[in-house]
Design a protein around this ligand. Structure first.
Ligand code: PMP
Length: 425
């Protein structure tokens, strides 16, 4: 007998299948993320950005360069010319390694710090942050150890975390990384059978510590790393921003195996996002492949604009103008700290760059204090963000690059009030 054409009752199998589908649909998309994304946490500094950029808040938090002194009108003319005369190239894809003329000019910039380089070994990147990401990508497997100064640049710590590398900090003193402590760290890791992949170091006008690696220590740091088979990554965005006009010999000028990272963010314009890596030829090809898979090529337009700026403007005197403004702001900050801060605070005197690193009296937790500081209309970057291991609760970073000297003084006055209230509790 033919069966009536009624739909079959749901089978036992169909019920859980629908349930599984519903459960999968209900699962948060984040549950499908790769394990390595767990290390990608919002930097405290980025989280602060929205609050700190409210006009009533004096932000001593971010490291935004001060672009007020840039010759905007002549740059506007340069942009117009670039489009009108070379638009077909500037608006087109380009080489993954970067515009050849710019790579040659980058070698001239690096020569100011004693580096003799071949443009073929330069890879242009979207800011030196991208170079940091790519270098970590090609060197680090999950669990690999990277040595870094303690404290260290928050963006680098972010890249290391994203590739699941483990950071071991090496302490600094007022002359930068301490060779003896570097040796101790390597010895103790070797005793555990661990060879770090990299030493990541910011030798000049350190972010966030403000210190500079003493010239006498430079060769020693390189020798120690070479003897343990550790590659050195030298991150140098601030090297030309010394207040005395003095430059220091780059680590790369002493050792051609150093992976060197540079940037136009602090010496020209951070929004153009043009940085670079100078690497040994054996590393270059892998780096270019990694760059290609990330972005195909860096933007032709911004590279060509930087190239025209370097060729047609007095960029050396522009850097001098920038550093004069930064020195004035540093002085305003140091004066205000001296005048207003309660006893028991200590800080360094930077000779260039953007940052002062402040240690507050025992009992004050700079991360916990931050919301109260923001209520008092001053922002800073608390110390813990610059360590991978939770250290830095008594430290904070003050950036003097962006606010005017008057605002800096007012910001420190507010900060002093917050600190005094904390110490009374
Ligand atoms: N390294 C250090 C030490 C920095 O301070 C910065 C920016 N604050 C960068 C790298 C990244 O710079 P950019 O990507 O703008 O070149």
């Amino acid at each position: 007998m033919p069966q009536p054409a009624t739909p079959p009752p749901p089978s036992d199998a169909a019920v859980p299948a629908a349930g599984v589908a519903a459960a999968a649909a209900a699962a948060a998309p984040t549950e499908r993320f790769a394990a390595r994304t767990a290390g990608m946490t919002a930097s405290e500094i980025r989280a602060l950005f929205a609050v700190a950029s409210r006009p009533e808040v004096v932000s001593l938090a971010g490291g935004m360069p001060n672009l007020a002194a840039l010759p905007l009108e002549s740059l506007a003319a340069e942009v117009g010319n670039l489009v009108a005369r070379d638009g077909q190239v500037a608006l087109q894809y380009g080489s993954a390694q970067g515009v050849p003329a710019l790579r040659e000019q980058i070698c001239e910039v690096m020569a100011l710090e004693g580096i003799r380089a071949d443009p073929d070994d330069v890879v242009v990147t979207v800011g030196s942050q991208m170079a940091l990401d790519l270098v970590t990508r090609i060197y680090c497997d999950p669990g690999d150890v990277v040595l870094a100064e303690g404290p260290s640049y928050v963006g680098a710590l972010g890249s290391f975390a994203a590739y699941q590398a483990r950071v071991v900090h090496v302490a600094m003193d007022e002359h930068g990384l301490v060779p003896e402590l570097l040796r101790d760290a390597l010895r103790s890791l070797a005793a555990q059978g661990i060879t770090p992949k990299l030493l990541y170091t910011i030798p000049n006008f350190h972010n966030p510590a403000g210190v500079t690696l003493a010239v006498e220590r430079r060769a020693e740091v390189l020798e120690i790393c070479a003897s343990y088979g550790v590659a050195v990554v030298e991150d140098n965005p601030y090297g030309l921003l010394g207040f005395s006009g003095r430059t220091y010999p780059a680590l790369r000028s002493l050792d051609r195996d150093v992976v060197y990272l540079g940037s136009f963010s602090k010496t020209f314009a951070s929004g153009l996002r043009v940085g670079w890596a100078l690497v040994p030829p054996a590393v270059r090809d892998r780096l270019v492949l990694a760059a290609e898979s990330a972005t195909l090529c860096p933007p032709s337009f911004t590279q060509m604009l930087v190239s025209r700026y370097l060729a047609g403007h007095d960029w050396r005197s522009q850097i001098k103008t920038f550093t004069e403004a930064y020195r004035e702001r540093r002085d305003a900050l140091l004066d205000a700290l001296e005048t207003h801060l309660p006893d028991g605070c200590t800080w360094n005197v930077p000779d260039g760059g953007f940052y002062v690193w402040l240690t507050v009296p025992e009992g004050v937790d700079t991360k916990a204090m931050l919301p109260r500081a923001v209520t008092a209309r001053v922002a800073y970057a608390s110390g813990t963000g610059f360590y991978a291991d939770g250290f830095g609760t008594r430290q904070l970073r003050l950036s003097y690059c962006y606010p005017t000297p008057e605002r800096i003084t007012e910001g420190v006055r507010r900060l002093a009030g917050v600190l005094e209230a904390e110490l009374d509790v």
